[in-house]
Design a protein around this ligand. Structure first.
Ligand code: PLP
Length: 388
């Protein structure tokens, strides 16, 4: 048996792997589990994107090594997409990096900028992958509570001034996983101001960028004046186009950071299979009808779930975006004891909020990732527990 490096020892265990094991064991025992615990989109990739990969697979050009840091046509496609969707101009040569899913960019950002002992500001609750890169770099985290009364936006005035002085990197994510909150333009303006004042790099995770409800289109951080000077945004094909299994995403914005990310990518991976890059360009530049339908589907599921839960007496708020509902657990429970109860007594899997940080304790995260009949069945099973 070999001993791992110190850097690897610092990598936290995946909190949700034990939940997955419990769910799998229940399913194996024959239970009809409604699994709303994970963040895996349940819809298939639109057919025209799949067809694009099928055609591209026959192109011998793609059978050789791809160019380092990816095909230029895809960088141009993402720049065109940002122009069309967000009126943001990006130079495809210097301000776009192609990633193996958004995840790699989140971890690489810490590898690019943090030295041992440095500090990063991290949302609490937040997507656990932010912690991984910080831990590997030997850096420290300052948690920023996301409170309901602040619309789940961090309150920068509450951060200890010394911690702010030490901070080198700030992680943000809107539409937010797990709270379903959307950022406001004034919050992003404050973020740019803070970043400039304290020389902090911003990493905005826009994984759920396409998913806003009630007619609200989520804003890209790069729409904020000066954003490109202070940071980058991560976009991914996973949620917008149901391409989670294809592992393709992008880092966009500040040219010096994009250069660093590309350096890591070049050394570790070269780049993705060209056919996947071609299919991604097809998705970005082709019809967006599927995206519109997908948002309607999640919104309809959200309405069904939230109204159903309200009708059985659970006081819950509706998410504004993403495909998660963030529900405060009933009095007398913690996020873990409530998730445990739902799994054991109702065969419903949800993610305990504590897995996203300490502020997540009185909440559970419920994915809008099954058919409406199943969501209604979940409401029914919860009703039968007689908690409200
Ligand atoms: N960021 C957030 C907030 C996510 O929820 C996810 C996936 O669940 C990702 C990033 C990573 O997405 P991917 O690596 O599939 O692009």
């Amino acid at each position: 048996e070999f001993e791992s490096s110190e850097a690897l020892k610092r990598l936290p265990q995946q909190f949700f792997s034990s939940l997955v094991q419990k769910v799998n064991a229940l399913v194996a025992s024959g239970a009809d589990v409604i699994n709303l615990g994970q963040g895996n989109p349940d819809q298939p990739t639109p057919l025209h994107i799949v067809k694009s990969l099928q055609d591209a697979a026959e192109n011998p050009l793609y059978h050789k090594y791809p160019p380092f840091s990816g095909h230029h046509f895809l960088k141009e496609a993402i720049a065109e997409f940002y122009k069309r969707e967000y009126h943001v101009s990006l130079d495809p040569s210097t301000e776009v990096a192609i990633l193996f899913g958004g995840k790699t960019g989140l971890v690489e950002m810490s590898q690019c900028l943090l030295n041992p002992g440095d500090t990063a500001l991290v949302p609490d609750p937040g997507y656990p992958d932010y912690w991984s890169g910080i831990a590997m770099a030997g850096a420290k985290m300052t948690l920023m509570p996301l409170l309901e009364e602040n619309g789940f936006l961090p309150d920068y005035t509450q951060i200890d001034p010394d911690r702010l002085e030490q901070a080198k990197l700030l992680f943000l994510n809107y539409p937010n996983n797990p709270t379903g909150a959307i950022a406001t333009p004034s919050f992003f303006k404050d973020t740019v101001r803070l970043a400039n004042r304290h020389k902090i790099a911003v990493m905005h995770d826009f994984a759920y960028g396409a998913i806003g409800f009630d007619g609200k289109k989520p804003m890209s951080f790069l729409e904020t004046p000066g954003a490109k000077d202070v940071g980058i945004e991560i976009y991914t094909m996973s949620k917008t186009y149901n391409m989670a299994g294809w592992r393709i995403g992008f880092a966009l914005g500040n040219a010096s950071i994009i250069r660093m990310i590309n350096l890591i990518q070049d050394h570790f991976y070269v780049s993705l299979f060209g056919g996947i890059q071609e299919a991604a360009a097809t998705a970005l530049l082709g019809t967006q009808e599927n995206v519109k339908q997908l948002v309607q589907l999640y919104e309809s599921r959200r309405n069904t779930l939230i109204q159903g839960l309200q009708q059985i007496g659970w006081t819950v708020d509706a998410p504004q975006g993403s495909f998660f509902a963030w529900l405060k657990v009933p009095e007398g429970f913690t996020s873990e004891s409530f998730s445990e109860l739902l799994l054991k007594k109702a065969h419903i899997a949800v993610a305990p909020g504590i897995g996203f940080g300490t502020t997540g304790n009185p909440y559970v995260r419920v994915g809008l990732l099954d058919r409406e009949e199943r969501l209604l069945e979940a409401v029914d099973r919860i009703d039968r527990l007689n908690l409200f």
